[in-house]
Design a protein around this ligand. Structure first.
Ligand SMILES: Nc1nc2c(c(=O)[nH]1)N[C@H]1C(S)=C(S)[C@@H](COP(=O)(O)O)O[C@H]1N2
Ligand SMILES: [Mo]
Length: 347
């Protein structure tokens, strides 16, 4: 159950959202999780151009993009590797526990009209998004690149703003793709090129990375939309080393947020010490692709307890009791468990 120095190196670069930040409906900048495969590029926005290639080729500056139709939307983003560190057998990669999530208000221009302007031919199949960041992965030198089927690309936003600020370097300055409801790998940062193609794109991040495989020989299926998950604001106060929670006995409000990329959250339930699931109250999300708040009051009695929380979405997808395992350790949305020690008031 131990991780290597290489995994620690990744974890120190790619930080998660401290779970107490679940109190914020919009994650403050700097508390949103971060995942960067290679290096954060340094970009001179004055020289930077986006090339969009369809039947025609467009070259756009940041000012050209900002002059277009502008929208702002809250989007909950989650890394497909969230939950990986809980898997057994161990999967070596960025060792996320459950904190690779955040909700930002992204500002940008819708992708679809831009694609239409570049010209989407009869034979067009996918759109390829190319970042400026280069690295070596699985022995293959590459730019970070991902594709989307035309229909899935239609919901994409080309974002230059985050929570009312220009994108910070680590989130994709000067321009990134945001694809609501899909796991984070789809939302390519530091965009330099968007290309309409008529063949399935076979880049590393499509064919080798981000597939759900039973074993090494299984070609698997692509990782796509976010599976339902609910997380609790850790109640009480933490122990520094173990982060076990301590709280005084009596009534306490348990609260958190839940989301799914497949449909609205229908139900959030809690279980104390393995007893029957009880429904929590669920509020409205700030937007159709953002997390919904939930809460429940609990009469905490002195002693050791385990709290569990799970979400179900409108398609009937529900968090499983046991972690779903695959070679890459993706989409592990197992039920969250929180150990708490409830103490008697001392006066
Ligand atoms: N160019 C580029 N885009 C990228 C990545 C990357 O390494 N390079 N990482 C992806 C992954 S795996 C995730 S989960 C999200 C994380 O976005 P964030 O760091 O803004 O939270 O960006 C995606 N976009
Ligand atoms: Mo990710």
């Amino acid at each position: 159950m131990s991780i290597s120095l290489e995994e620690l190196q990744l974890a120190a670069r790619n930080h998660g959202m401290p779970l107490e930040a679940l109190r914020h409906e919009i994650t403050p900048l700097g508390l949103h999780y971060l995942l960067t495969h290679y290096d954060i590029p340094l970009v001179d926005a004055a020289l930077w151009r986006l090339t969009v290639s369809g039947e025609r080729s467009l070259e756009l500056s940041l000012d050209d993009l900002r002059a277009r139709e502008t929208v702002t939307m809250p989007v909950t983003m989650e890394c497909a590797g969230n939950g990986r560190a809980q898997l057994e057998p161990h999967v070596v990669s960025q060792p996320w526990l459950v904190e690779a999530v955040g909700t930002a208000e992204w500002t940008g221009t819708p992708l679809a009209p831009l694609l239409a302007e570049a010209g989407v031919g009869e034979d067009a199949l996918e759109v390829v998004f190319t970042g400026l960041d280069r690295g070596v992965e699985g022995g293959v030198e590459q730019l970070y690149e991902r594709s989307l089927a035309l229909a899935d690309a239609a919901g994409g936003l080309l974002a230059w703003g985050c929570n009312g600020e220009p994108l910070p370097p680590q989130h994709g300055f000067p321009l990134r793709l945001v694809v609501p409801d899909w796991y984070g790998m789809t939302s390519v940062k530091w965009l330099q090129r968007i290309t309409v193609v008529s063949e399935p794109f076979d880049g590393y991040q499509m064919v080798t990375g981000y597939r759900l495989r039973r074993d090494e020989d299984d070609p698997g299926t692509p990782v796509t939309r976010i599976e339902p998950r609910s997380l609790m604001v850790p109640p009480g106060i933490p122990d520094f080393m173990t982060r076990r929670r301590f709280l005084p006995e009596g009534r306490v409000r348990l609260e958190g947020r839940a989301w799914s990329g497949w449909g609205p959250i229908e139900r959030v339930e809690l279980s104390v010490d393995g007893r029957a699931w009880q429904p929590a109250s669920v509020g409205d999300p700030p937007g159709p692709s953002a997390w919904a708040p939930w809460w429940m009051d609990w009469d905490a009695t002195a002693g050791e307890h385990e709290l569990r929380v799970r979400a179900t979405d409108a398609t009937g997808r529900r968090q499983p009791d046991a972690p779903p395992w695959n070679v890459g350790g993706y989409a592990n949305n197992v039920v969250q468990r929180i150990a708490v020690t409830v103490t008697r008031f001392e006066r």
